[in-house]
Design a protein around this ligand. Structure first.
Ligand code: ATP
Ligand code: MG
Length: 329
């Protein structure tokens, strides 16, 4: 059975982009693959976090995974910082990564845009840690959105370099690109993706957002002055709303377009509000239920940690052996 690795950072509350583009698809993977789902807290600290909030969000993320229907008996659900092998392999892999490779990463560039103060060395080296996350579990497939494709590519480059020097050590991972809902855009600037770390809360809808706030944000979403509902690059705001609608309802775009033919933006927004609520409402309610049961969340994370370390420690040992570190003493 092939192995799938995926993780979300507890760097902010999840948006519907994270849900529609990533999380929702994970459930379908559980039946066909050995799945490992991480709470990427080690990555989250590449941007300064409030300690209490980070803890709360990490817990919430476990609850969201469970609310989404992931089965902790089947899949490994765990928190990255509970598995020290991530940092250990991460360090080793830094020495097999060139500066040129890191300089080419888009995400770093876009995250420090307008604010170089934020750029710590961890943010710059983030892709190396992500490579370690993936390689530790002999991952075959990494479900990613377009924003993360480059990360899988650099992981492959690093693995290839290492394997080239020492012989087969790492399994070569491949990206698994979801069929739909890949890129939900910001409601305020539909040329960039919706992101949970966006400083403007009007830009995103949270997965756990209440109905009244969903309504407010969609009603305020940027459209245009064309006045017609088309799915086109020239109308990025309207097209984004159409895509959100499509992701939430699973209807095909042609049917959606004929449904809204001759209608106004107000009608579209109203329909999107209902579609979003129908899609995320049940997850929100279940997450709140799981959050009431902290003992269970701790149990899930603990069990996940033990199972994750079983795999990760073997990979790390294999790597240390090849590198030439003293073993068995
Ligand atoms: P950050 O701004 O902190 O990077 P993020 O919203 O990009 O937050 P990540 O933790 O980086 O979230 O990504 C988690 C998963 O969500 C990834 O698989 C990513 O591809 C997916 N994802 C993120 N944003 C979107 C989006 N707008 N549309 C669809 N999928 C998304
Ligand atoms: Mg991101």
């Amino acid at each position: 059975m092939k192995t799938v690795y995926s993780a979300i950072q507890p760097s902010g509350d999840l948006t519907i982009g994270n849900y529609l583009g990533a999380l929702r698809n994970w459930k379908k993977l559980e039946n066909d693959y050995r799945c490992i789902f991480g709470v990427a807290d080690l990555h989250a600290i590449t941007v300064r976090q409030d300690p209490e909030k980070l803890r709360e969000r990490s817990k919430k993320l476990i609850a969201i995974y469970l609310a989404n229907g992931l089965d902790p008996k089947k899949s490994i659900i765990y928190v990255n910082s509970h598995v020290p092998e991530h940092a250990e392999l991460g360090w080793a892999l830094h020495t097999y990564t060139s500066l040129g490779q890191l300089n080419r990463m888009h995400q770093f560039k876009s995250k420090i845009k307008d604010n170089e103060e934020r750029a710590n060395a961890g943010l710059y080296c983030y892709p190396v840690l992500m490579a370690a996350d993936i390689l530790l579990y002999d991952t075959d497939l990494v479900p990613v959105g377009d924003d993360q494709k480059q990360h899988v590519e650099i992981t492959r480059d690093i693995a290839e370099r290492f394997n080239g020097i020492y012989g087969d050590t790492f399994v070569m991972p491949e990206p698994l690109i979801g069929k739909m809902g890949n890129r939900i855009k910001s409601l305020q600037d539909p040329t960039i993706k919706m992101s949970k770390s966006d400083p403007n809360p009007a830009a995103y809808i949270l997965l756990l957002e209440e109905y009244k706030d969903i309504k407010k944000k969609i009603n305020r979403a940027v459209t245009d002055s064309v006045g017609e509902i088309n799915y086109s690059e020239d109308q990025p705001g309207v097209s984004n709303l159409l895509e959100i609608y499509q992701s939430c309802t699973d209807e095909n775009m042609e049917d959606i377009l004929s449904k809204f033919e001759g209608k106004g933006y107000g009608d579209l927004k109203k329909a999107v509000i209902e579609a979003v609520e129908n899609s995320i409402g049940p997850v929100r309610d279940k997450t709140n239920e799981f959050l009431q049961n902290e003992d269970y969340l701790i149990e899930v994370a603990h069990d996940g940690m033990i199972r994750a370390r079983e795999v990760a420690s073997k990979t790390l040992e294999r790597v240390y052996e090849k590198i030439g570190f003293l073993r068995g003493m």
